[in-house]
Every structure is written in C-alpha cells, then in structure tokens.
Design a protein around this ligand. Sequence first.
Ligand code: ADP
Ligand code: MG
Length: 657
Amino acid sequence: MIQVKHLSKSYKRKNKTNVILKNVNITLFDVGLVYIIGPSGCGKSTLLNIFEGIDNDYEGDVFINDTNIRKLKGKAKRMFFKNNIGIVTQASNLFESLTVYQNLLLTCYIKGINKSIIDEYLKKYKLEKLKNHKVSTLSGGEKQRISLIRAIINKPKIIFADEPTGALDKDNAQILMDELYELSKTTLAIVVTHNLNLINEYKGSIIEIKDKEVEIKENLTINTNYVRYSKLVKEKDYSNLFIDSSFKSNKAKNIISFISLFVGLFLIFGSFSLNEGFNLNKDNIYEKNINSNVVKIYKNDYEDISKSKLSLVKKKRPSIENIQTFLCSFENINIYYNFDFYITNKFIKINNIESKEYNLKFYFNSSYENKILVNDIKKENIDSISITLDKSFQFFEPTSKYKTNERFYFENTYNSFNIIKEFKYLNEPTIYLPYFYFLDYLRNNIATQISRMTSKKISFLDLVYLCLDDSNISSYSMYVAISNNDIKRIRNLMTNISNSNKPIYKLESEYFFIIDSFVSLIQALLLGIKMFIIVICLCNIFLIGFLTYSTVKKEKRIIAILRVLGSKEEYINNIFLNEGLIILFISLASSLLIFYISKTLINKKLYDFFVVSNLMQISLSNLVLIVLSIIVIFISLYLFLLGFSKRLSVKEELKEE
Ligand code: ADP
Ligand code: MG
C-alpha cells in the first residue's frame, strides 16, 4: 500500500522556485494496475522518482506499507527498495556489454536470490533463445522485456514502469503490456504513460497530473489483501561478471595505466635497488676505486739565509725511521719507496700506437697482481698496452770512488685480459702499474756495471736503497699506506701541517680529494634517487587517479543502474577495483620480470664504470615490503577515488536517452 500525504515538490534554480507538485494526496492499494498520465513535463517521472526513493527532496510524506520512506537510511533503505520494488524505465538500462543471462545473473546476486529462476523466467516469457546473446545485439522490444524480467525476478511487491512502451512499436508495446497486465493481478503495477490506447485496452486506475495537482480519473482497484514485505536476504558479489567487458571498453585507459604503472614500478624497483646497492657497497667503492690509501710524504730541510727572514727549503727523501717517528701514533703504517723517478722516460703504446697523453702511476692493490689499471680509455678498444721505461742515470757509489752510467729498462706488454678499467672520477688519463710487480722487477734486475766494479751483485732496487736521500736517483718522497681506520686522522694531520709555519714534513694525497668528491657525488645521487621515487609515485598517483575518475565518469550509468537495483556500494567499487588490481598485478609481474632481467645488464654496465659488482640489488624482504605497500597504497587510492562516485545522481543518469 502506498500512501501519499501532502506531497509537494519544487525545483529551485537561481532564486527561482519551480513548483511541480502541490499538496498531492493519494492512496494506492496492494494489487492492481495504476496509470499516471499527464502532459510532458508535468511531473510524472518526478512523482515516480519519489516513490522509488531516488528523490528525497520533497515536502510531505510518502508511506509504503506504513513505512515512511524518507526516514529510511543507508542499508535499511537499500534493502527495503531492493526487495520490494522493481523498476522499468523507458530506456531499458541493461548492461549492453553483458549477455542476457549475465544481466539477470547479477540481478540475482544483488537481490540475493537463486539463479535457477532465470531459466524459468526466460522460458515463461519465451526468451530462452536469447539467453547467451549480448544485450547490445537485441531489439528494443526484447531489451525492454528482459528489463521487465530483471525488475520482477525477485517478485517485488510494487513495479514502477516509467513510459515502458515509449520506445517500442505497437506489437512490442502490446507484448510488454500483456505481461505487465498479468503481473498486476498479483502485484501493484504503476505505469507512467501518455499512450491513451493502452489505457483503453488494459483497464486500470488512472491518476492524472493536472496543474501541479493530482486528479483521480478512474476508480481505484481496491484490494485489501495485505501483502507481506520481504526480509533481508544475502547478497553476492557479481563484480567479476564485468571484468571481460570492462577490459574491452576501457582498452585505452588500461593500456595507459599499464604503461605508466609498468614504467613507474620499474623505476621504483630500479631506484630502490640502486639505493640499497650503493649503500651496501659504499666502502667497497672506496676500496676498489682508490687503488690504495697512499699518501706521499716529503721532508723539508730549512736553511736560514743570513740577514733575511726567508730561508731556503731543500726537499729530501725522508727515511723510513723519520716517518716512523713522525707517524708513531698510527698503528698500521706501511712505508714504501717511491719509484716515481723511474717513470720519467716512458714510452706507452696502446694497440701498438704510441700514446703521449697518459700519466704513469703506481697502484698498491696486490689483489690485481701484475694486471694494470687504466682509465679514460674504453676497455673494449684496447687489445694491448705496452710500456717501456728507459732510465739512464749517473751513479756515484756514496762510500767510494766508483762512478757508473747505468741504464734501466722496464718493458712490459699487457694483453687485454690483464687490463682492468679503473673508475675514472676526476683522475687525469692514467695508466697504473702494479707497484709490487715493479718492485720485483727492480729487485731481479742487476745493475751490471756497478756490480762488476764492486764485485757484488747489486740490483736496481739495491741502488735505490744505497743512494743518498737527496741524490738524483732518489725520489724526494716516500709512500705511506694507511689503514682505513686511520684515514680521518691522517687527513686531519695533513690539514694541520699545511696550516703550520715551516713544517718539516709535508703530506700529499690526491686520493683523499677524490674520495671526498666521490662521497658527495654518491650522496647527491642517492638524494636524487629518493626524490625521483617520490616524483614517480606522485605522477603515478595522479595519473591513475585521473584515469579512475574518468572511468567512473564514463561508467556512471552502470553505477546508477546498479544502485537502483540495490547493489552494495562495495560490489560496485569492486568492478573498478578488480580491473585496477588486474592491471596492477600484470604491471607488477612484468616490471619485476624486466627489472630482474635488466638488473644483470645494468650491473654489468655499472661494473665497467665503478668496478664494483652488484651495485643494483634488493633484498627479498625489501622487495616484498615495497610490493605490499604498492598494493596497499593502490587499493586505498582506488577506494578513495571511488568515493567520488557517491556524488553521482542516480536520477540524472537514468533519464531517458
Ligand atoms: P514528466 O512528466 O515528463 O516525466 P518530469 O517529472 O521529468 O516530467 O519533470 C517535471 C518538471 O520538472 C519539468 O518541467 C522539468 O523541467 C523539471 N525538472 C525535472 N528535473 C529537474 C531538475 N533536476 N532541476 C530542475 N527542474 C527539473
Ligand atoms: Mg518522464
């Protein structure tokens, strides 16, 4: 039973009030056919929308079976309308991309009834053969009859039909009205129409809207059979029915989402793993790239000039004892002779072509044995490097009269297997010789002339030990290798010395300079990577947000229909969420795959540059954490965005096309 008491409805627009219905009072009993007629725009649909609970903005009260429908809220409201009313509109408002069966199936799920009833109805209305046809391939009449089945499938107590035959030809209109007429024998069927032929053919009560008021033209069927209204039933999630069709209809959006997610995720994995790899390998990078923590140490002898404040400085090679006393507070100090002076006459050939621009230096990393390090040359372009040192010097044996003119040759050819590319960062083009290998070479080469004169076997290394600390075959410095723990202290010492007046010792290290610059570089790089991650995340969030919002906008008719059918909001959201999640999982899987493949390649490239392996790496636990957070962020973002769909007006969406 529907009771309308003092119902008034008006639309307000820009301070103007447009009254549609004024003080309407009607009572409609439980069974029968009721027509609502009146000229176009008089408020028929408006009245129906109020009955259907779609429009709540009115004055007065509407009772359906003694329930004031305005007072129904939330789930109670949804359940009340879902279980007790069926709606047929002028446009059939079926889901065009689904089959007839799927349309009815999802209705069964929403209404919480057994799906076996679908076949019964299709048989009863002689539509079985259309069961698996897509709705978009049906005729208008067929669609409207399916729409009627959808409205009555859970045996509602009231059927509202707003111009159900409006878009049908005469024959189809007749078929539909036959069916509605039959239904009105057991339910209340309220039909809005302006087709007077129908009214004559299928007798029913008539309510005419005239000048904003309601006039009852024909006597109402009075039936006092009191119909019991339905209880709550269990609903089922139907959202998976839409997966197939929504993928087809949102192809472009899904492709863009996939690409953006794929790229974004790939970059996120990439930058996280670079971050992790660099952090773990920071020390490694120092160790491998700074070929050893070697500092050159010089000794200055000051000679006062009479009657002057200035003094002469004479550079001398410090002795091992000098250094040991000077650096006595340092624990693990290794002191080496500097053989730089041997390197002055050098001939370097790269691929048999003489090359002048390269410096020669020593490195102390014994793990490379007799390999050589190069920088600034593309490793793959080197087939061989050959180095010849040709040093001639006069030698005065310090304790006697012997004098020789010795020539020292060091000739070594390296093939590409023995060439290691060194990380070049601020270094000038340099080829590094292995110090210990060179040392052995000096030790094993006999200085023949002086040996003959002294009748002792004297090697070139012995010559270095024998020479005076200011002799021309003595380099004016020594190497001091410091352990990693002492790096900071030796650096402080260096600054202190350079600040003091007339220091006796002078320390020099280009490696410290390189380390410092390199650390700042890495730190800036990691900061950049972090910013990059944030930017990627934001871009992705905006893009996905925009795309989701636009899909919701595009599919708002679907949302409106599902809402009118009484679906849980959660299930409506699931339609979009399912699609989003599938795209997310495909993107996740493919970006992870590509990430793992490219990780190896990138690591190879990074190795060439930094000489440290596994600079790009990520632990399983971090990976799982990242993936989980992405999924959580994604779902919350999606649900947040879908919240906007609540603002959709069902009434506007379901207007006739
Ligand atoms: P009909 O009897 O043809 O179904 P309606 O009930 O759809 O007519 O509309 C009744 C009147 O209300 C019309 O004049 C229409 O312009 C007006 N109207 C309908 N919806 C709105 C709205 N959302 N805002 C303002 N006016 C509206
Ligand atoms: Mg209308």
